[in-house]
Design a protein around this ligand. Structure first.
Ligand code: ADP
Ligand code: NI
Length: 212
């Protein structure tokens, strides 16, 4: 696979994104993925992980419609870069099914490499960076920081209703604090537990400050 070609394709799509799915998010997810990958991954497997990371948000419907790519565009660039049919299928399967919203109503069984990519993406929604992204995204969407509405239970969320969150703080309860229990890899779980502890401490401090 011509990794450089895929890297530049994805960078071009995400460079100017302002929804929190920007290119730096992708680079952090790549770092996370490298950190939690087992040492004995073959070079071809690592290439699938890195490629899936770079491409994972390029077809996301939260990315601005003028920039967003279709699955067909992704297949085209992968084929052009020399990916095998098996690699194209696996990468497409990963990026179409890894998101939190896609896994609300049923848990999709990703490949082992896909599970690494999903954990790496989820880690970037946690800890200090995850908190920053939540407020950034909420601001972009015009959500209040917090309000009097109650967060919805996981069981009541659907792919469509998840998108209509009432406040940024509700989002913590509807997603961020739940991620630690749904990680795939051991290394990903260890880091998720750490970051979630920090996220809870942040909420505690916030409540102390805003207590009316
Ligand atoms: P996924 O990529 O799994 O679909 P999202 O797209 O929901 O996850 O999340 C992308 C980023 O935006 C994450 O950091 C997430 O926590 C944040 N985010 C998503 N929805 C909201 C929301 N309603 N309010 C605040 N932050 C959100
Ligand atoms: Ni992502």
């Amino acid at each position: 696979m011509d990794l450089e070609m895929i890297f530049e394709f994805a960078k071009g799509v995400l460079e100017s994104d302002a929804t929190g799915h920007d290119w730096r998010h992708t680079l952090r997810v790549e770092q996370n993925a490298l950190r939690i990958s087992p040492d004995d991954l073959a070079d071809e497997e690592l290439a699938v992980v890195r490629t899936a990371v770079w491409l994972h948000d390029t077809i996301d419907d939260k990315v601005d419609a003028s920039q967003r790519k279709s699955a067909d565009d992704v297949v085209a660039i992968l084929s052009e870069s020399g990916a095998t049919t098996a690699e194209v299928n696996e990468i497409l399967d990963i990026i179409q099914n890894l998101s939190y919203s896609k896994n609300l109503e049923r848990k999709y069984e990703l490949s082992a490499l896909g599970q690494i990519v999903q954990d790496a993406d989820r880690l970037d929604a946690l800890g200090a960076i995850g908190i920053a992204r939540a407020f950034y995204y909420g601001g972009h969407k015009g959500e209040p920081l917090y309000d009097d509405s109650r967060p919805r239970a996981f069981e009541d969320l659907t792919e469509a209703s998840y998108r209509e969150s009432s406040s940024v703080i509700n989002h913590f309860y509807e997603k961020l604090l739940l991620l630690e229990d749904s990680m795939n890899t051991v290394a990903g779980t260890t880091e998720a537990l750490k970051r979630t502890r920090f996220t809870r401490e942040y909420l505690e401090q916030l409540y102390n400050e805003i207590d009316e």
